[in-house]
Design a protein around this ligand. Structure first.
Ligand SMILES: Nc1ncnc2c1ncn2[C@@H]1O[C@H](COP(=O)(O)OP(=O)(O)OP(=O)(O)O)[C@@H](O)[C@H]1O
Length: 289
């Protein structure tokens, strides 16, 4: 059995708000990620994604529970260059060009040999001479991604890497990520965007109120919780000024076919429906849909 990229058990973290009220940001989270997996952490604002990611990287100490990254502490794994991160915030020096930034950080890591390859991987070759202050939000994130790749880590952790990007920038970012992931790197990323989990991650971990509410292959999340959507066109006589006649709808429930329903279309529910079902506060987890 290979050592997991991440093994977290019983993770818990509580913060205090300014007025002293406690907030349980992460509540008993267990997570194992195997080498080569691409995992999305998906959840609404305040779900606990960033706090979890911070604990996986050793940036925040858990109040309870343990984290191992490749069988060692997160801090040690970072020091060994086995894991690196692209965080939401984080300093880049505005006066440096892209190439100067990459060269400077590469020298710090003792990996000047990787300057060319990471610039290419992050699709930054054409921007190499541009100063950081002139980069768009998406280009800055690609630069951070390039820096994260310098130690040639086995695991890259990204915290909402495309927040604030427009659609085009987001696509470019994920193109760069996808090309890199194809080489076998383990990737864990937090996102608000259902489409990103859907398109990019094989596995989706849904978080809400500090807990993991679902953890499964992304396709299963949709299938298991989204149910199915049935759309049809009612006969003209059943549609009035106020919409579809309620009595008629009652009959539809009992017997579809004899009512002359046409254009019946059964489609898989969207990941969005699954997400809403799983994160609705009044929806018991695992309730049948
Ligand atoms: N340093 C802190 N002090 C106080 N409360 C905090 C702190 N960090 C996080 N929290 C609270 O913990 C909860 C989880 O926050 P966290 O940032 O982990 O969620 P998130 O899922 O990443 O949210 P977002 O998508 O908005 O970034 C929130 O209620 C947040 O307000």
């Amino acid at each position: 059995m290979t050592t997991p990229a991440i093994r977290a058990t019983g993770l818990r973290k509580q913060f205090r708000q300014a007025d002293g009220t406690p907030v349980l940001a992460v509540d008993d989270v267990d997570l194992t990620v195997h080498p080569g997996e691409i995992v999305a952490f998906l959840g609404p604002n305040g779900a606990g994604k960033t706090t979890t990611v911070d604990m996986l990287l050793g940036l925040t100490a858990p109040d309870a529970g343990t984290v191992e990254v490749y069988g060692t502490s997160p801090g040690e794994a970072v020091r060994q260059g086995r894991v690196s991160a692209v965080m939401q915030t984080g300093g880049l020096l505005n006066d440096f060009t892209v190439a100067e930034t990459v060269r400077a950080i590469a020298a710090l890591h003792g990996r000047s040999d990787r300057v060319e390859v990471v610039i290419e991987r992050a699709h930054l070759a054409e921007l190499a001479g541009r100063r950081v202050e002139a980069l768009s939000g998406g280009e800055r994130q690609r630069l951070k991604f390039a820096l994260a790749l310098l130690p040639d880590p086995d695991l890259v952790v990204l915290d909402e890497p495309t927040t604030g990007m427009d659609v085009g920038a987001r696509q470019e970012f994920w193109q760069a990520m996808r090309a890199d992931a194809a080489l076998g790197r383990t990737i864990v990323f937090a996102t608000h965007y259902l489409a990103e989990a859907d398109e990019f991650a094989e596995r989706t971990v849904l978080m809400n109120h500090g807990r993991i509410v679902h953890d499964a292959p992304t396709t299963d999340v949709r299938a298991a919780y989204g149910g199915r959507t049935l759309t049809f066109r009612p006969p003209a006589g059943a549609v009035g000024a106020d919409g579809i006649d309620a009595d008629w709808l009652g009959q539809v429930h009992r017997a579809l076919e004899p009512l002359g329903v046409t254009d019946v279309d059964v489609s898989a529910a969207s990941l969005e429906a699954a997400f809403l079902a799983l994160t609705a506060d009044d929806q018991p987890i695992g309730a049948a849909r």
